[in-house]
Each structure stands twice: as C-alpha cells, then as structure tokens.
Unconditional design. Structure first.
Length: 61
C-alpha cells in the first residue's frame, strides 16, 4: 500500500517538489526504490530506524 499511495501523491505534484514517505511495511524498502529507478522521480534519501522506513523523493518531469 505505501507504493500505491506514493504513486498517487507524486501524480499530483509539480516537477521539483519533494515528498517524504514514512512507512512501516518492510516491503517498501524494496518496492519504492525499484519503482523510482524506472520513473522520472529521484530518490534523494532513504533511511530505516526502529522498523520505520523514510524516503525523500524529488518529483520528476
């Protein structure tokens, strides 16, 4: 579900905007970077602490 919500949010954003995603689903550590690698968006940072995954994504064009 974190990946779907991330995609929907990015669709409504302008290029250059940044989105911070916070997820507790361990699969998001694999799914979100894989999706971003195939898209025009950029993964700015990715961290994990205490079962919480944080991603900062810059919206692409």
């Amino acid at each position: 579900m974190p990946l779907l919500k991330t995609k929907l949010e990015l669709n409504g954003m302008a290029p250059g905007d940044r989105l911070e995603v916070i997820a507790t689903d361990a699969g998001s550590a694999r799914d979100i970077p894989a999706f971003l690698a195939l898209s025009s968006h950029t993964l700015v940072s990715s961290t994990e602490a205490d079962g919480e995954y944080r991603f900062v994504i810059q919206c692409g064009g």
